[in-house]
Design a protein around this ligand. Structure first.
Ligand SMILES: CC(C)(COP(=O)(O)OP(=O)(O)OC[C@H]1O[C@@H](n2cnc3c(N)ncnc32)[C@H](O)[C@@H]1OP(=O)(O)O)[C@@H](O)C(=O)NCCC(=O)NCCS
Length: 231
């Protein structure tokens, strides 16, 4: 319920910003739609070096006094993330420039919070196994986009999952969000699952289908590979 209220508040903030198209888009989606997301994962037991961003960055957990700098003048995507902070599911990580300006946020969640994760997202993510972590809600502040901050920060956040015993770090990205898919690839993540989200008259159903090892990203796939991933 909280998530629905948050979504409605985020839509209201879109209207206030003059983006009523987002509201129509969401209502159309809730009425009748089928969408697909890739489940992506990184194996922390495989060596991987976090790539550098184009500017030097520092990573740490979000602090209370960072919030006004990140969540000022927020649109839909940022509003949703701001509301999610109220759920108090740890940990929201932050990447900053070397002089402390916030660039990128993302949540790394552990299986000890499965109950809260499932209650909020209502099955959007699988229940985490004891050796899994969920890394979600990536967001690069607009002025810092295109500087390879996502891959660098995401790769570093993922490694923090080893502190609570995770081997696999998982995340989900809609199949047409190419910037996010590229960011995940560059952070060491590979496709392993397809999630189908089906909406009919405001009711949602979800199915998860494992992908064969070695399934390529859509932008790397040959036409044969694309057909296999879509099947
Ligand atoms: C997805 C997102 C986090 C990527 O962050 P980023 O720090 O800009 O990541 P990168 O610099 O590695 O760019 C990723 C891709 O974005 C594209 N990109 C490049 N310049 C860009 C710009 N100025 N603005 C937006 N996208 C750009 C490129 O395709 C790039 O891929 P490349 O490896 O071929 O160059 C960011 O676009 C964002 O916050 N989007 C809105 C929220 C969102 O979609 N989150 C993910 C939900 S799963």
């Amino acid at each position: 319920m909280r998530r629905i209220i948050h979504k409605l508040q985020a839509l209201w903030s879109s209207i206030r910003q003059g983006n009523s198209g987002k509201v129509l888009e969401e209502f159309r989606r809730w009425l009748y739609s089928d969408s697909f997301s890739f489940g992506l994962r990184r194996d922390l037991q495989q060596p991987f070096v976090a790539p550098p961003a184009k500017i030097p960055i520092l990573v740490r957990p979000l602090a209370e006094n960072d919030k006004p700098k990140i969540f000022a003048d927020e649109g839909y995507s940022l509003h949703i993330r701001h509301d999610f902070l109220d759920e108090n599911i740890p940990t929201c990580y932050l990447a900053t420039t070397t002089d402390g300006d916030p660039c990128y946020i993302q949540w790394l969640m552990s299986p000890s919070h499965n109950h809260q994760i499932q209650a909020y997202f209502r099955g959007l993510f699988p229940v985490l196994a004891p050796d899994e972590a969920l890394l979600e809600y990536a967001y690069t502040l607009e002025k810092y986009r295109g500087q390879k901050i996502m891959p660098s920060a995401m790769a570093q956040f993922a490694e923090k999952a080893a502190d609570f015993g995770a081997r696999w770090v998982i995340t989900f990205v809609e199949q047409d969000n190419i910037p996010a898919l590229k960011g995940c690839k560059n952070a060491g993540f590979y496709p392993y699952l397809i999630r189908r989200e089906r909406w009919r008259l405001f009711r949602r159903s979800l199915t998860f289908t494992p992908l064969p090892d070695g399934t390529p990203y859509p932008f790397d796939a040959t036409s044969e590979g694309k057909t296999a991933a879509a099947a």
